[in-house]
Design a protein around this ligand. Structure first.
Ligand code: NAP
Length: 328
């Protein structure tokens, strides 16, 4: 089978199409023919770990670099999410059968940039929404898992005011839609070319970060969800309501200490730094919303696997609209 393989860290040019062995499913695994696999933040980091911006506490850099591979990547096939069709199943598999259309999240195990992949049936995999193509469905797992599980940490209530900083990207575009679904009043922050897009996702208000600093406009929010961690608690305290939460998807040591401090001192305003929980339940939850027409999948651009490097270059600009997909 064909796969997009990389054997050294570097620019998108390290991605090469190669013939590799087609995997065979174990007793508890399903063999999936991959039709589509997006390029997300994790792919860029894993492809060029040595030179990527490390958006987590410095303490984690060493173990993360060891896990990824010090000089050379340990994982040679990227792709942390996919949609495709089950081709065959191991003898102990009960949840899926050949012909099922599925979507899945592989996290840092990766491997979806290949024509076939084996997944444990107990993994983060579910039947894909019936009303979407594989290309569309493949864009859901990353945003669904990150936005669903991180928003859950803030216990969002109907009628609350939420600001999403980074509303036009992979996580933000799903977070805007979910926060609206939960009944919140949503303000999305993004760059000028994507203001209309974020409005189309249901945001009640949009703020262009190149023209306005949301911490200076006198508005206050119950929740500020900062996807890239570009703001700071000190700066946005006055933009939080007295019981407001500052939720970060990307965070450094300082934000972790602020989380500890606001928790130990009983401060009413809280900082929450969290990693997402990767569960199939999050996929099933979003599948239902998509099938009910409450949430949509966003494909900015698609590239055939031969143009994987071009897909990475486009994502590297940092200004995609939702998601970018490689089709196989
Ligand atoms: N906690 C976890 O478990 C977890 C898991 C995975 C990833 N992450 C984090 O998620 C982040 C990636 O999120 P993503 O995939 O949604 O990224 P993305 O698709 O690249 O989206 C980035 C968003 O940030 C906006 N942005 C860019 N520059 C900005 C600025 N200067 N000020 C405010 N907003 C700005 C972009 O707006 P425009 O394009 O409109 O300019 C866009 O809306 C990474 O930093 C990673 O650490 C966390």
């Amino acid at each position: 089978m064909k796969a997009i393989v990389f054997t050294e860290y570097g620019t998108p040019d390290v991605l090469k199409i190669k013939e590799v062995a087609k995997p065979t499913p174990k007793e508890n695994e399903i063999l999936v023919k991959v039709h589509a696999t997006p390029v997300n933040y994790g792919d860029l980091t894993a492809r060029n770990f040595a030179n990527s911006q490390f958006n987590m506490p410095a303490l984690l850099f060493l173990p993360a670099r060891m896990a990824f591979g010090w000089n050379k990547p340990k994982i040679n096939i990227l792709g942390s999410e996919l949609a495709g069709e089950v081709e065959s199943v191991g003898k102990d598999v009960t949840k899926f059968k050949a012909g099922d259309q599925v979507f899945a999240y592989l996290g840092m195990n990766m491997g979806a940039n290949a024509e076939y992949i084996c997944l444990p049936e107990s993994g983060t995999v579910a039947l894909k929404p019936s009303n979407l193509s594989c290309e569309e469905a493949s864009t859901l797992p990353y945003g669904a898992i990150m936005a669903t599980s991180l928003l859950a940490k803030a216990n969002l209530q109907r009628g609350q005011k939420v600001l999403i900083n980074g509303a036009s990207g992979g996580i933000g575009s799903m977070a805007v839609q979910l926060a609206k679904h939960f009944g919140a009043e949503v303000t999305g922050v993004c760059g000028t070319p994507r203001l209309e897009f974020v409005k189309s996702l249901g945001a009640d208000k949009v703020i262009d970060y190149t023209k306005e600093d949301f911490t200076q406009n006198g508005e206050t929010y119950d929740l500020i969800f900062d996807i890239l961690g570009r703001s700071s608690f000190a700066k946005l305290k006055r933009s939080l309501k007295p019981n407001g939460i500052y939720l970060l998807a990307s965070f450094k040591m300082k934000a972790l200490l602020q989380m500890l401090w606001t928790s130990l001192t009983g401060s009413k305003q809280k900082v929450i730094c969290a990693f997402a929980n990767e569960t199939a339940e999050n996929l099933v939850f979003v599948k239902k919303l998509v099938e009910e027409g409450k949430v949509k999948a966003i494909v900015d651009k698609s590239f055939p696997m031969e143009q994987a490097a071009a897909a990475h270059r486009y994502v590297e600009t940092g200004h995609k609209r939702g998601n970018v997909v490689i089709t196989l």
